[in-house]
Design a protein around this ligand. Sequence first.
Ligand code: ZN
Length: 343
Amino acid sequence: MKAVVKTSQAPGAELKDVDIPIIGPRDVLIKVKAAAICGSDIHIFHSSPGIMHMVKTPLTFGHEAAGEVVSTGDMVSSIKKGDRVAVETHFPCGHCYYCQTGAQHNCSNLVIFGVQTDGAFAEYAKVPEVVCWKLPQDYSYDLGSILEPLGVAVHGAMVEDVNGKSVAVFGCGPIGLFAIGAVTAFGATKVFALEVASKRLAMARQLFSSAILINPKEQDPIKTITEATDGLGVDVAIELSGNPAAIKQAFKVLKREGRISLIGIPPGPVELEIHKDIILKETRVHGSFGRLMWQTWWQVRNLLAMDKFDPLSVITHRFPLVDYAKALELAASGEAGKILLYP
Ligand code: ZN
């Protein structure tokens, strides 16, 4: 089969002919119908040090995927050939402390699809039965392939309720756009969207007419948000950019007793004013990694059933798998929304 393979620690990747994965008794083999490009795929492609320590080459990368089940292992009981599935990308061991206590996404023996084991930028992918999420009949494979990043946004945004709250979303890449859509649908009263890339700001403007857009290069976000919230700040800040300056601003725009969700990964340590920004304000800080299995997936399904926001509108480009390099460079440019690959 064709697969996009990271063959060495050096930047780049190769389209190669490789063997179709051999499944174990608890695995299923999926014919990949759509795979979406994530920020971490760009980091693998460019060999960013922040992720390469997890990658053992050769690796077929790509982890946001949906496809059709073509075969199942002998012990698989809940999934059958012909099922249409999306993939939860955190493979839990099922028996550690975290798995036993309902926090599979924080499993001690976590294996990440397409990062620590072969992934979805290929014609076929092998995944454990336990990470398959059956697609409802009215879901396309395109929608299936973006449920995982949509889940990242929903888990980060909805770790506490946002109904009736003001929210600032830092970063309007695909997950930021999903987060704006989610908090708006779940009842946030005032939503600020912050982004420096003009194309992404334009997308946010087009998709969410009610959001208040801020380009931090042109406007001081702290002053703008404080003034627009009666001098109080927002109830909730959701940080997706990973930019150290944005992370600091996200703490500053928060109201006393506010909540901040940190999702974007900074390139290194970030210096915070813990005394002023957390202790005196009684700030609740939530780190967010992945999604809850399967609470977040059900929350996403409920969000989509509300029909207040179409996540497919965040997809801007679609490429055949052979054009993976072009697609990854476009994704890295910040000039696109979500990009899908079709093996
Ligand atoms: Zn575990």
